[in-house]
Every structure is written in C-alpha cells, then in structure tokens.
Design a protein around this ligand. Structure first.
Ligand code: NAD
Ligand code: DAU
Length: 353
C-alpha cells in the first residue's frame, strides 16, 4: 500500500481516484482538511476497504510515525501543502508551517521508518515529493524553458516555501540515503480544483455573472497541464524514477492568461449559452511580484520515463468546463460555510475511515 498526504486537495484527489481505479492497491490519505481539502470530493470511495482517510497534519510526528508503523507503506507521496500564491502574499505563516516545517517533520519520521526497513522492503521504498516549476522563478518571453538544472530563484512566499521543502528533500537523499524523487510541475487544471485558482475561478464567476478579474495586462504566461496527465507522470516517477533525481512535468501548452480566460468564455458560450461572458473580463491591479512566464522543458521525463502529456490544452479545457457545468453542487459545497460545519460534525475525531 501507499501513504498519500494532501489527497483531499485538487491534485491529490485526482491522484487517489486514478490510483484506486487503475491499480487497486490500498492507499491511506493523510490530510489536514484545510479549506482546500474536501473529503466530499472522495465520497465515492466511502466504504471502499482499500481506502482510508485520516484527518491530520504532516507535521504531527506521533501520528505520522503511527501510520508508518501500522500500514508499512511501500511509498509516501507528498502532496500536502498550502498552494495558493495570492494567499501566501496576504498571509505567509501557514506556508512556512506546512510547506517547510511540516515537510521537515514528515521527512524525519519517514527517515526513521526507512532506517528500520531491511532487504526488499528497504530497496523498494520511495518518497515522492510533489513540487512546482515556480521554484525556478520567472522567465523572459524569449528565455529557454526550465530544465532540471535551472537555478532556483523563487519569488513569492509560496514558491520560497516550496523551494525550501525541495532542498530538504534533496538533503535527506544526499545525507541519509532516503530514496526521494521530486517532480517540478507547471500549472495544473482539471476537475475538482478549488475556485480560487485562475481556471475554476473564471468558470465560477462567469456562471454567476460576476467580473472576471485579470491581473495586470493579462499577458503573463503559464504552461498548462491537465491534472490527469500530471497524476500519470507521478505514477511513472514512482515506478521508474531514479532516487535522488528531479523531473520537470509540463503540458507543452504555454498560454497568456487573457487567452486562457477568453477560451473559457468561448467554451461557456457554446456549452452554457445565454450570456456574453467575454464582456465580464475586467483588468485589475497586478499581483505583487507577479512572475511573467513559466515554461517547462520536459525532455528529461520524456527520454527517461517515456512520459508525455496526452491531453492538449484545448481538449483538457473542454473536459474541465464540462466537469464544472455538471458538478455545480460540488462547487457550492466547497465554497459554502455548510462544508466547514460538515467537517466538524464528521471529522471531530482525528481519524476516520
Ligand atoms: P490544494 O491546495 O488543492 O490541496 C492541498 C491539500 O493539502 C489539501 O487537501 C489540504 O487539506 C492538505 N494540507 C494542507 N496542509 C496540510 C498539512 N499540514 N498536513 C496535511 N495535509 C495538509 O493543492 P494542489 O493544487 O492539489 O497541490 C498539491 C501539491 O502540488 C502541492 O504541493 C503544490 O505545491 C503542488 N503543485 C500544484 C500545482 C497546481 O497547479 N495546483 C502545480 C505544481 C505543483
Ligand atoms: O506553476 C505551478 C503553480 O501554479 C503551482 O505551484 C501553484 O500551486 C498554483 O496555484 C499555480 O500558481 P499560479 O500563481 O500560476 O496560479 P493561479 O491560478 O493563482 O494564477 C494563474 C495566473 O493567472 C497567474 O499569472 C495569476 C493570474 N490570475 C490568477 C487569478 C486567481 C489572474 O489574472 N486572476 C485571478 O483571479
């Protein structure tokens, strides 16, 4: 079995569902269930004996040690993090606590666990750390894409906290021989993303007839990867990656924000007609320290692990808009106060199946 952290969030929940559908291998999900983690997203796994949800913090060493001793996972896949750049600007504390200190505590307990393993169990063990391309900083419009050798230059409290965690992961491999693997991935989009990030926020606001706030001149560029493709890359890294290595993951889909927003408007005009969605676009004050461009050179993972994204931006975005249109109740539940009440009713104890 494997232990996943942060599996109730956007990428983690897609990974958990794909994992159980595809491999059938049991999985324990350790998640703090912050505003971004929603057990309702994984409701269809209720009663599935292969799946266990434990509400808790990666920084709770007693809990992590107990889970490792009890379940003896063959791998830990660490998604748990504070992930939203804007929130890191207005309140960086939780980013340092979870992304830096939490990852450190998790690594310490995993190291202790790994030290006690022997033989095949020890050889097979892996720690996969899910990181971001934002650790590399910002590119100029004509700069070559990020490779695994690009120097780290994080610009936001979020990316600085992720960079710190990446360095700790690297050090635990180098110093203690912990078999770690790190992925540095570009912007994900797809089903089950909390409507604070660009793609789901624009869909959510457009359907409600609210303004679509585009920061600055809207010409900042991101490299978009469909979440299912990212999950596939993580499985490839876990299965075939070389311990100590890092792998860049991208979608070969650089787009300016304004073009992404216009494409969402056009898809909505086709799939949910009745409003001039493009007229809702509103240019607003820029994000402080806003990185201009990210782009991934994915040649290493393509050459070494034969992984390439399957979804084009056009096909993936259509699937995403269709999912949000069909799952408006999910959006309502994760954005409402009723969700928080439900959490405290159902998860007042630390651990729940
Ligand atoms: P998310 O914010 O949707 O989910 C994060 C999850 O972690 C939530 O379920 C939350 O409850 C949980 N969590 C937070 N603090 C925790 C703690 N202390 N202990 C246990 N659980 C905790 O994030 P996401 O977008 O799914 O991102 C997952 C990972 O992938 C993050 O590490 C992020 O840095 C990385 N990443 C994200 C993207 C992207 O575009 N979203 C791209 C590249 C890398
Ligand atoms: O590159 C990977 C990273 O992508 C991940 O590590 C982060 O967890 C994830 O949040 C994402 O970071 P970004 O800051 O790029 O994502 P966000 O969706 O917040 O913003 C995407 C772009 O859109 C960015 O240039 C800012 C802009 N934007 C965002 C929002 C929320 C707007 O113009 N308006 C908005 O309302």
């Amino acid at each position: 079995m494997i232990l996943v952290t942060g599996g109730a969030g956007f990428i983690g929940s897609n990974f958990v569902l794909d994992w159980l559908d595809g491999t059938g291998e049991p999985l324990v999900n350790l998640d703090k269930l912050t505003y971004a983690g929603n057990p309702r997203t994984l409701e269809r796994l209720a009663g599935d004996p292969r799946y266990t949800l434990v509400r808790g913090d990666i920084g709770d060493r007693t809990l992590v040690a107990r889970l490792l001793a009890e379940h003896r996972p063959r791998a830990v896949v660490n998604f748990a993090a504070e992930s939203h750049v804007d929130r890191s600007i207005s309140g960086p504390d939780d980013f340092i606590l979870t992304n830096v200190v939490g990852t450190f505590h998790l690594l310490e307990e995993v190291r202790r666990h790994h030290d006690q393993l022997a033989g095949d169990e020890r050889d097979a063990f892996r720690f996969v750390h899910i990181s971001t391309d934002e650790v590399y900083g910002s590119l100029g419009i004509d700069d070559p894409a990020f490779t695994e050798r690009t120097q780290y230059a994080p610009n936001s409290p979020y990316s600085a906290s992720k960079a710190s965690s990446d360095h700790l992961v690297r050090a635990y491999h180098h110093t203690y021989g912990l078999p770690t693997l790190t992925s540095n991935c570009s912007n994900n989009y797809g089903p089950r993303q909390f409507p604070e990030k660009l793609v789901p926020l624009m869909i959510h606001n457009a359907l409600a007839g609210k303004n679509l706030p585009v920061y600055g001149d809207g010409r900042n560029v991101r490299d978009w990867v469909f979440v299912g493709d990212h999950c596939d890359a993580i499985r490839a890294i876990l299965a075939q990656g070389i311990p100590g290595e890092t792998y860049n993951v991208g979608g070969n889909a650089e787009r300016a924000n304004i073009d992404v927003v216009h494409r969402i408007c056009d898809l909505l005009a086709e799939l949910a007609p009745g409003r001039d969605y493009r007229s809702l676009v509103t240019f607003v004050k820029d994000r402080p320290g806003h990185d201009r461009r990210y782009a991934i050179d994915g040649s290493k993972i393509a050459a070494e692990l034969s992984w390439r994204p399957r979804e084009s931006f056009e096909s993936g975005l259509r699937k995403t808009v269709e999912w949000y249109l069909a799952n408006q109740d999910w959006v309502a539940s994760v954005t409402s106060g009723a969700y928080k009440n439900w959490i405290s009713r159902n998860y007042s104890a630390r651990s729940a199946a």
